[in-house]
Design a protein around this ligand. Sequence first.
Ligand code: PCA
Length: 162
Amino acid sequence: MAQSTCRLITMFVYGTLQKGQPNHVLMTNTNNGEAKFIGRGRTTKKYPLVIASEYNIPFLLYKEGHGKNIQGEIYEVDEQMLVKLDELEDHPNFYERELTTIDVTQNAKGDQLSTEKECWCYFLKKYKPRMLDLPYLESYDSNGDHGLKYVESENLSDPDCI
Ligand code: PCA
């Protein structure tokens, strides 16, 4: 089958899937399909990005207009990779994948750009209201000075974990 017949999906990742973060390896493992880095950007809308649960998981709360314009990375992924990502994030039970507009600020080479793109992104919709009281980040780094390093776990979809 010719590669060019595969449908590519544009993803915006802001958490543990980014380069240098604990789940990025999933995107570089070619057994999972293809993920091509196409640049960096930030959400045109503001959202609360918080770290929560005993596993220190980054969550983008589905509450437009609150929080910050969130920085992240943009990838084109094939359908096989999309299935893997949805499995990891437990879409649609835990995170829910939605389209949102991204201001693309850099291409893959690091050249400055200014263009908008509709990208898929994982949001937490069923959050507890008290999560809105946590500090709002603009970008995520597991080793950031918040001190809340990500803890690997199989229990993402346990509703008690948040
Ligand atoms: N992984 C996804 C959503 C949050 C997370 O840790 C991401 O990096 O975008």
